[in-house]
Design a protein around this ligand. Structure first.
Ligand SMILES: [Zn+2]
Length: 408
């Protein structure tokens, strides 16, 4: 049997008045998920335990069943692997956002989803002006960049605010802080880099052009979630299955790379609503020629929810259903002659009203081969999963259930 997971990032939400008490997932037209739901088992799963940050790396590592207390060292490290920068043992890697601040307020965690070309040029500029052999700016995707501090004097024990949870805050009041005296040097350096970036980025031609075009400028850097290389067991060691991960974003690909999985970023995968869903579907089917398990991650709904964009969040769910899941199932039936089991879930909710991740349990559905359905449940939603057979699974319980011979 083969096993596919569709991880629809940030899809779960709360009932909304403007939708008559329904959620975006309930309102979205999802013919494929509806069909799968008729033959599925349902439940809820804890992806963001309270002692960890509410970020997607934590949530996706949870879904895949790696023990966070042993292997989680911060997003910067994971994302570096995703971007193709393996870490020496003396490097602390931070995720670095290019952000927009205005009148002292953090306005936009993504600098208007800055283009790749502009972001690349700004990272080169930052390296030239602020970098050296110990301070290294590394290129990622759009606003999602990296900062490596190389040297045994640097520490990962830094408290930080997540930029996508800090809209409307005064940025000078939420700068990174040392958790221990031995991390003070690192915190001081990060503060200095942030302040200097403010001076040199505002007048950069790219930003002047963006402002003239009515776009948000990338006028500040925001380093966060620093960590060293995690020593994780491979996915194969955990479950005895060969796995692949498909995503547009480095943080998810990094988890795959650290977990010894095949890692694929199909052409046209953007991490946003303009992503090429069909290419992701085809890459998934193709990956099954070499793997038992394929994890297809879609960022679009998460991004729309952070932007508070309800129509596009609903569209992202509909496109994921129709263009990704629909295309995948069609192509799979043609090309792979083995039974298939399907898991669908978000990694965490992003309620459109809050525009940030919450720790609520996520709804999941397992359908396909060898699954005894929950006959009283006919659709996949936040509410229906609460009535499912499995409540509050955690750790590797979800993957163990998914791979179980029969789900009864
Ligand atoms: Zn996420």
């Amino acid at each position: 049997m083969k096993f596919v997971t569709f991880l629809l990032d940030g899809m779960a939400d709360q009932p909304l008045e403007e939708l008559g008490g329904e959620t975006p997932l309930e309102i979205a037209k999802t013919l494929n998920m509806d069909k799968l739901a008729k033959k599925a088992a349902f439940g809820t799963f804890l992806t963001l335990p309270k002692e960890f940050p509410t970020s997607s790396d934590v949530a996706n590592m949870s879904v895949l069943g790696w023990d966070l207390s042993k292997f989680y060292t911060g997003r910067g490290a994971i994302e570096s692997y995703g971007a193709g920068f393996p870490l020496d043992s003396d490097v602390v890697a931070f995720r670095l956002n290019l952000i927009t601040v205005k009148d002292g307020i953090l306005e936009d965690y993504s600098a208007g989803h800055i283009s790749q070309r502009e972001a690349d040029e700004l990272i080169d500029f930052l390296q030239e002006k602020l970098g050296n052999s110990k301070v290294l700016f590394k290129k990622g995707v759009s606003y999602r960049q990296l900062l490596h501090l190389k040297g045994s004097e640097f520490s990962a024990d830094i408290s930080y605010e997540k930029p996508d949870s800090s809209h409307g805050m005064e940025w000078k009041k939420i700068l990174p802080k040392a958790d221990h005296p031995k991390a003070e040097l690192t915190a001081d350096l990060l503060n200095e880099l942030i302040l200097k970036s403010s001076e040199i980025l505002s007048s950069h031609p790219i930003n002047l052009k963006r402002i003239a075009e009515g776009k948000n400028p990338a006028n500040l850097i925001w380093p966060w979630s620093g960590g060293k290389k995690p020593e994780m067991p491979s996915f194969f060691e955990l479950y005895g299955k060969k796995g692949a991960i498909i995503s547009a974003v480095d943080v998810i690909l990094g988890i795959g790379r650290l977990g010894g999985m095949e890692v694929l970023r199909p052409e046209g995968a953007t991490g946003y609503i303009d992503t090429n869903y069909e290419n992701k579907a085809r890459a998934g089917v193709e990956a099954f020629k070499r793997n038992d398990f394929v994890y297809i991650h879609v960022e679009a709904a998460d991004e729309c929810a952070h932007l508070g964009d309800l129509p596009n969040k609903i569209k992202a769910i509909e496109d994921s259903d129709n263009r990704l899941i629909g295309t995948f199932l069609e192509e799979y039936t043609k090309e792979i002659k083995e039974p298939l089991r399907i898991l669908i879930l978000p990694d965490h909710p992003v309620p459109i009203r809050l525009r940030k991740h919450t720790r609520d349990l996520v709804p999941f559905m397992i359908s396909g081969s060898g699954v005894d359905p929950d006959v009283s449940i006919q659709e996949y939603s936040e509410k229906s999963c609460l009535k499912g057979r499995y409540t509050g699974l955690k750790g590797r319980e979800l993957m163990d259930l998914f791979f179980q011979e029969g789900i009864k």
